[in-house]
Design a protein around this ligand. Sequence first.
Ligand SMILES: Cc1cc2nc3c(=O)[nH]c(=O)nc-3n(C[C@H](O)[C@H](O)[C@H](O)COP(=O)(O)O)c2cc1C
Length: 170
Amino acid sequence: MSKKVGLFYGTTTGVTESIAETIKEMLGDVVDLYDISEAQAEDFVDYEYLVIGCSTWNLGEMQSDWDYFFENLDEVDFDGKTVAYYGPGDQIGYSGSFQDAIGMLEEKISSLGGKTVGYTSTEGYDFNESKAVRNDNQFCGLAIDEDNQSDLTEERVMAWVEQLKKEFQL
Ligand SMILES: Cc1cc2nc3c(=O)[nH]c(=O)nc-3n(C[C@H](O)[C@H](O)[C@H](O)COP(=O)(O)O)c2cc1C
């Protein structure tokens, strides 16, 4: 396997895509970007390191292209792969299902052998429930909220990318 990062994102209004492009700018040429609406299960094979980007829609559902792709994940062998997750969500408008999509994807991909990295603290967010929370005070990835905290996005992404450089050992 090559030491490359495959970043697979699904986006409806462009927010997840724009963050994907920022992550690629920060990590550099090691990153290949895939819009999940055009990807296939075999696209995952070459990557030891993966980044999964997915927004949450409709009270706790995955973004529609990821929702459509979801069952194809069963065809991918995630054993030996290290996986990081990020998603945009809306903690005020959808406080009962904030960031559920990355929680569902992380649960699924972990069950297929993927090793999760890129956990972040829930400090600084205000919401009622999220399927993305692990051990009470950590998201299983990076939670972005362009609807309410867009001023924090850049620093959150930058800090997370630095964390990934270490956890991916790039
Ligand atoms: C109808 C609707 C439902 C939404 N449902 C949720 C939700 O359940 N949880 C959440 O965290 N965000 C929710 N959001 C917020 C979106 O995830 C957010 O706007 C995000 O930036 C969209 O990213 P995208 O353009 O990449 O798809 C919802 C937004 C809309 C308009």
